[in-house]
Write a protein that binds this ligand. Structure first.
Ligand code: BT5
Length: 257
């Protein structure tokens, strides 16, 4: 087993004017050593993807659509909970711009005052017990343009709106990208040593709907309970009918009850 280091990343940085999906592009190539550790971004995506076949609206300029890909022989288990740590990294990067009030919605959304600012999609290929390929995809709204109002079926926001609301001057988008990478690459490179542990409190501090009644659903079934936040392995913990129960997995979605 060889541990990753930050030097294993940013071997290449590709910027596309337009692409179908930065995640798709990198997932198809990351097994090739030339692509391990690479970062791919685009000005727009024609089929930006979310989880479970959902769409990530990706209009031209000036948002960030970005994927970070690498191979590892440490197996999939070494990266359990990574999407939660990535959420913490994005929230802290945004806060370092001076923007307050970010919240994390399990498992993978970054919200600000109940509006979605960013989403994370981790995709995995290869041999899950051994050599596997990881792609972390991040969509961060910087200045949403050219989007007809009804396209996104939930409240959303972007950094420029938040900056105005909070009377902050935003740096340029390329600077935002570099700040984001400076937060995320060390998290990813060190994750197989650190695990989720250093991120749990930082996640809990930003837990959207902490101690509130929520419903989680997956497919046809749903469960309601009080949101206690995350466990050591990144499961969501709810009090359901007086019992503490843990819910795992990327197939579930959370909403306010
Ligand atoms: C996500 O999925 O939040 C993961 C989004 C990951 C996007 C990045 S962009 C770079 C890389 N390449 C890709 O192809 N994807 C990744 P999910 O939790 O399933 O949320 C999807 C839902 O978010 C949609 O159903 C809408 O409700 C909402 N949504 C779509 N586009 C949005 C946007 N630009 N801003 C805010 N919310 C959006």
């Amino acid at each position: 087993v060889r541990h990753l280091t930050t030097q294993d990343f940013l071997s290449t940085l590709e910027v596309f004017p337009s692409i179908d999906s930065t995640n798709k592009y990198l997932l198809e190539r990351v097994h090739n050593p030339d692509f391990s550790g690479s970062v791919v971004s685009a000005e727009m995506q024609t089929s930006g993807r979310g989880r479970r076949g959902r769409v990530w609206e990706s209009p031209f300029a000036s948002n960030l659509y970005l994927s970070i890909g690498w191979t590892t022989n440490e197996g999939i288990a070494s990266l359990e909970g990574l999407s939660l740590a990535i959420g913490v990294g994005i929230a802290e990067a945004v806060e370092s711009l001076g923007i307050a009030g970010n919240q994390l919605k399990w498992p993978n959304d970054i919200l600000n005052q109940n509006r979605k600012l960013a989403g994370v999609l981790i995709e995995i290929g290869g041999d899950l017990a051994g050599d596997c390929n990881f792609v972390v995809g991040i969509g961060l709204n910087v200045q949403m343009q050219q989007l007809d109002g009804e396209k996104i079926d939930q409240p959303w926001t972007d950094l420029s709106t938040l900056a105005k609301e909070q009377s902050i001057t935003l740096p340029g988008r390329n600077r935002v990208l570099s700040i984001l990478l400076n937060h995320l690459l060390p998290i990813i490179a060190n994750y197989s040593h650190t695990g989720l542990q250093p991120y749990i409190d930082r996640w809990q501090q930003r837990n959207w709907t902490a101690n509130q009644a929520v419903t989680i659903s997956g497919g046809a079934s749903s469960v309601s309970g009080v949101n206690l936040g995350i466990t050591e392995s990144g499961a969501l913990q709810l009090i359901v009918d007086g019992d503490v129960r843990n819910f795992n997995g990327g197939e579930l979605s959370l909403r306010v009850k």
